[in-house]
Design a protein around this ligand. Structure first.
Ligand code: UD1
Length: 422
């Protein structure tokens, strides 16, 4: 088993290059199924989730070549099966994108039910509703999502989403790109990775407009071409390093980012006492010399404050002067890290699984902790970096699902963190 061994107390300083966005790369990898021609994808983060997606593409019959750690050449024209079989696929949530992509291209798919982080009930009803509206039949069995569009002709339609869902918005896009007629998604998610998937598909001949607004229009085309595409920078990885500057009273410049994607995070950091400077493709966060200030946070769909940054900002507020509240409005089980954080002396209580009340302390004390999920794991690492004394964190395979070279990048900023086998 691997752990991170961390000795806290260093102010993190310097520059860090942000990797490509995991949550954009995953659906774009699935979207390569929509064309017979060769795709070259750049800026793909080499993290466990993308490696599992690649493995699965190969098992379906695609050829995938790593030109370097972050550049892949993919050709999916030899896919000859529509049933996804990879024991590792259960570890990730994004497996559901194979359902949309295989349905779109081959009109049928059998995909194991998604796994991923246990951060609350993560339904599939919006995905199901979208596929059915396009004319497919959908069965959710005890183990699989079974989608069949071979009985009747699929055709474009208007779909009203009952809740804002990143996964369902992208999945319906994937299924609709090659479906005749016009598909309109009302109440679509507006996250940067939704826009990135649309840009990728349009770049190879698709017809998607309105991505980034709550109404996306897709006009079906007969086929897509090949091409080269670079994935956008990871909003959440950037936000995590920005929060590290605040928590450790450091000074970090995140490079290769799109600052507009980080606005909700930058603005909270200003509220809690950090200085922010930014240019076209970098943001610099300077933590205050004294205590952080208290504030209130509510997670919301983009452009609101991201749920994937909720644990990290809670760790920061645990060190702020006064009482802060953090309301989680997207997932119903996203405070599982709280008991771990309490081991460090954090004064945090959670009400009805949705609201955390945090009475800031002056410092955290090092402790041994278990990472309960991807983002919470990263947040515990930040807490340990700010703590007095040493901490061991296990369960780091969760963290490695989403952060490329996390320990190495932190060391470059001056952190005392080692990955060790125990
Ligand atoms: C994606 C991201 C995840 C991020 C989340 C919200 C990936 C692989 N994961 O997850 O990191 O935290 O967006 O930004 O990109 N819901 C339903 N029925 C559905 C679909 C969703 O009830 O059919 C609910 C979910 O339970 C949740 C909310 O809608 O409460 C938002 O979920 P969604 O946006 O779909 O998140 P994911 O795509 O799972």
């Amino acid at each position: 088993m691997n752990i991170y061994r961390i000795r806290g107390g260093e102010a993190l300083k310097g520059e860090v290059d942000i990797s490509g966005a995991k949550n954009a790369a995953l659906p774009i990898l699935a979207a390569t199924i929509l064309t017979d021609e060769t795709i070259t994808l750049e800026n793909v983060p080499k993290v466990n989730d993308t490696v599992i997606m690649v493995e699965t593409l190969e098992k379906l019959g695609s050829s995938v070549e790593y030109l370097d750690d972050n550049t892949l050449r993919i050709n999916t024209s030899a896919i000859d099966k529509y049933e996804v079989k990879n024991p590792n696929i259960k570890k990730i949530r994004a497996s559901y994108y194979f359902a949309g992509a295989l349905l779109g291209r081959y009109r049928q798919a059998v995909v194991p039910l998604p796994g991923g982080c246990n951060i609350g009930g993560r339904g599939l009803d919006m995905h199901e509703k979208g596929f059915e509206a396009l004319g497919a039949s959908v069965k959710i069995t005890a183990s699989d999502i079974v989608v069949d569009g071979t009985e009747a002709e699929l055709s474009g339609t208007r779909i009203y989403m009952d809740k804002v869902s990143v996964g369902a918005t992208i999945n319906i896009m994937l299924a609709a790109v090659l479906t005749p007629g016009k598909t309109i998604i009302e109440g679509a998610a507006k996250e940067p990775h939704v826009v990135d998937v649309a840009n990728f598909i349009n770049g190879i001949g698709g017809h998607i407009s309105g991505a980034g607004t709550d109404r996306i229009r897709i006009t079906g085309v007969q086929s897509l071409r090949g091409g080269t595409y670079a994935v956008i920078p990871d909003q959440i990885e950037a936000g995590t390093f920005m929060m590290a500057a605040a928590i450790t009273h450091g000074d970090i410049t995140v490079k290769n980012v799109i600052p507009t994607h980080l606005e909700s995070i930058s603005s909270k950091l200003k509220e809690i006492g950090c200085k922010i400077q930014e240019s076209d493709d970098w943001v610099r966060v300077i933590g205050p010399a004294g205590r952080l200030k208290r504030t209130q946070v509510k997670t919301l769909p983009y452009p609101g404050f991201p749920t994937d940054m909720q644990p990290q900002i809670s760790v920061a507020l645990g060190l702020a002067d006064g009482i802060s509240t953090v309301v989680e409005s997207i997932f119903d089980n996203r405070f599982m890290y709280v008991n771990e954080l309490k081991k460090m002396g954090c004064n945090i209580t959670v009400d009805e699984s949705t609201t955390a009340y945090i009475d800031g302390v002056e410092y955290y004390q090092g402790a041994n902790m278990t990472s309960p999920d991807l983002r919470a794991g990263a947040a515990l690492v930040l807490a340990a970096l700010a703590a007095k004394g040493g901490s061991d964190i296990d369960g780091i395979e969760y963290i490695e699902r989403g952060y490329e070279n996390f320990d190495k990048k932190l060391r470059q900023l001056g952190a005392d963190i080692q990955k060790m086998e125990v």
